[in-house]
Write a protein of this length. Structure first.
Length: 632
């Protein structure tokens, strides 16, 4: 009997080993088995239905739970900060109602819990630097380098090559690897990995790129599998290239999820390469051979693969050809990336991470004094307050805005005011750089939560608070850090329409429907919004509301009467529609010169502008006094 039991145990352990190996090769299998670490994310917000304040898991232990009051006391406790440092927190203490009024926003409770850890670490670091200021100053400059290169990396220290990414990734960042698939199978994977929070078993995988040259359980042909993984959601839905569902080849940043060339007859591809200097050679096709299908990787042949962060998602090119795209998934955003991991049958030559977020060396900024924002007395009247959405490691974008349209006379003289609204980062280095930047320029408002796309509505509320409770602005405008705003034209238009109450001015959308596709970045479930259409709203790259609307937004938020909705521009439309139904006389003013998809001559606002394009637009504006796009 004992021998029989021992045999059963051995068979059981062997079966587990086989299953585990299969999971490593095929994440799809992992989704089919229950995970001890998987959680039902909806359970975290059960307190909202009952109205009881939340209790948040202590990251350090699985048994201890932190109450909402404890979190508030940690985030909003008085600190020993200078007057200059306090300028970055002028809206901070007005946001202590976020925890109790966060229903409807995914990751809300988690983001506030993460902010506690980030804030405590930042404050501790500041205290330490005050004590050891002479030694700490020298290492600060290299915390966030622009690029990192590793050459001659063919010999791994372990089964996995790891490259640390010190300050996350941003739009335009890329990771390029040069190597040759080899080994027995030629299979390899590249993972963009985040940092695990204390108490989590494994870090999240923001992007999983798995190359299977010998196919897998679903196909015998070579295939690329793209996916994500997190403690809360386990493996997501696989995206395969080539895909068996050719009708569902969606686009990301106007590029195919899987390029049409992958998996097709490579005859035309070879013909198109004729005359080019190609590093790999292919044997001639022989009569009777099975038709060869194009695949970007091949055992024994050198490949150069680049993974680039786009606007909507991640783009992968191999040997200069676009191969695949992958849309960012909720709460798994590029700023979270802290490491690149490459494992499997890949003989690496080099790995390069470039376009990384890096801050200015303030000591070498020639026009530093010109770029600083003047302090604004509390309740100072201004004609226009502009709040800019930005994220912690978008250093270059903020510098581009400071050097361009923040130099308008109306902003420099104090008749208008501009501030960046920035959430905390999981990475302490980034938070330290952000704090130094905020203290230097005086134009950043820190938010008491860690930045996630689903929480940008909180920044809208913060902008309304600053425009009414910190300064007293006739008009309050919201925009993004990749938007170029012609402040003079905005004020001219507002003066011409002469509406000071009940105003929503912008690119008005009066006939839009919720995105019901679960794979969409803007997916809205029927529970979140049951109606077939939204009320009128203004597109997020740039819209203006009058003082009374901004004041009502803050008042209703404070009282818990404001519907939280993760699409902030639509949320503003929902709030204003409610005011309209309650008797407010709302005027919707459409401004067609607000360009939401780029730049058009005569623009009032141009969206999706890179830092160098910002500088170009400003130069053209100075030379011609007209809104002329670059390249014209």
């Amino acid at each position: 009997m004992k021998k029989w039991s021992g045999g059963v145990i051995l068979v059981f352990l062997f079966t587990l080993l086989i299953l585990r190996y299969g999971m490593l090769e095929n994440p799809l299998a992992e989704r089919l088995l229950p995970s001890p670490f998987s959680r039902n994310s909806s359970e975290r917000l059960d307190w909202l239905a009952s109205g009881d304040p939340p209790a948040i898991q202590n990251p350090g232990t699985e048994s201890l739970v932190i109450s909402a009051n404890t979190i508030v006391s940690q985030l909003f406790a008085p600190r020993n900060l200078s007057d200059i440092e306090q300028r970055s927190l002028q809206t901070w203490n007005h946001l202590d109602h976020l925890i109790s009024h966060s229903s409807g926003l995914p990751q809300a409770i988690e983001a506030i819990g993460e902010a506690v850890s980030a804030w405590e670490s930042l404050m501790a670091s500041l205290e330490d630097k005050k004590i050891n200021s002479s030694t700490q100053h020298k290492v600060k400059e290299k915390q966030c380098p622009y690029s990192i290169k590793r050459m001659n990396v063919s010999e791994f220290d372990s089964d996995t090559f790891k490259l640390k990414i010190p300050c996350g990734l941003i739009q335009g960042s890329s990771v390029t690897l040069i190597g040759t698939p080899g080994g027995l199978l030629g299979n390899f994977r590249v993972d963009l990995v985040g940092t695990a929070l204390p108490g989590e078993p494994d870090p999240p995988i923001i992007f999983h790129y798995n190359v299977r040259l010998q196919g897998d359980k679903l196909t015998e042909d070579p295939v690329i599998v793209q996916n994500t993984w997190s403690v809360a959601n386990d493996w997501g839905a696989e995206e395969r290239c080539p895909s068996s569902d050719t009708d569902n080849n969606k686009k990301v940043d106007d590029l195919e999820q899987c390029s049409a060339i992958v998996g097709t007859d490579d005859k035309g591809i070879f013909a198109s390469n004729k005359g080019h200097n190609i590093s790999r050679s292919f044997p001639l096709k022989r009569e009777g051979d099975k038709p060869r299908r194009y695949f970007p990787f091949k055992q024994g042949y050198l490949s150069i693969a680049t993974i680039r962060m786009g606007i909507e998602g991640i783009q992968v090119t191999v040997d200069g050809k676009h191969i695949s795209s992958f849309a960012y998934r909720e709460s798994l955003e590029p700023w979270l990336v802290s490491e690149v991991r490459i494992s499997g049958d890949m003989k690496l030559i080099s790995v390069l991470a470039s376009g990384l977020p890096t801050s200015e060396d303030f000591e070498h900024v020639i026009d530093l004094e010109l770029l600083k924002s003047k302090p604004l007395p509390i309740h100072q009247p201004v004609d226009l307050f502009i709040g800019i959405f930005s994220t912690a490691n978008n250093f270059k974008r903020r510098m581009a805005v400071r050097r361009t349209w923040m130099q308008y006379d109306v902003v420099r003289t104090g008749a208008g005011a501009v501030r960046f609204f920035v959430g905390l980062h999981r990475n302490q280095m980034v938070n330290e750089e952000l704090w130094n930047e905020a203290s230097t320029y005086g134009d950043i408002q820190l938010m008491p939560f860690v930045d996630y796309y689903s929480l940008i509505t909180w920044k809208t509320i913060a902008i309304c608070i600053f425009g009414t409770n910190v300064v007293s602005a006739k008009y309050i405008m919201k925009t993004d850090d990749d938007a170029f705003v012609r402040v003079d034209e905005v004020l001219t238009s507002l003066t011409a329409i002469n509406i000071t109450r009940g105003l929503l001015y912008g690119r008005i959308n009066s006939d839009s429907e919720p995105h019901r596709n679960v794979e969409s970045k803007w997916f809205i479930s029927p529970k979140e919004w049951p109606d077939e259409k939204y009320p009128p709203w203004a597109h997020g790259p740039g819209y203006v509301v009058s003082y009374d609307i901004a004041k009502a937004v803050y008042k209703q938020h404070k009282e818990g009467h404001l519907k939280m909705f993760k699409l902030e521009d639509v949320a503003m439309g929902i709030w204003i529609d409610k005011m309209n139904k309650q008797g407010s006389d709302i005027k919707y003013v459409n401004e067609g010169r607000i360009c939401i998809d780029g730049c058009e001559n005569g623009y009032v606002l141009a969206h999706y502008q890179e830092p160098h394009e910002m500088l170009c637009l400003w130069q053209k504006l100075q030379e011609t006094k007209r809104g002329i796009c670059c390249g014209e």
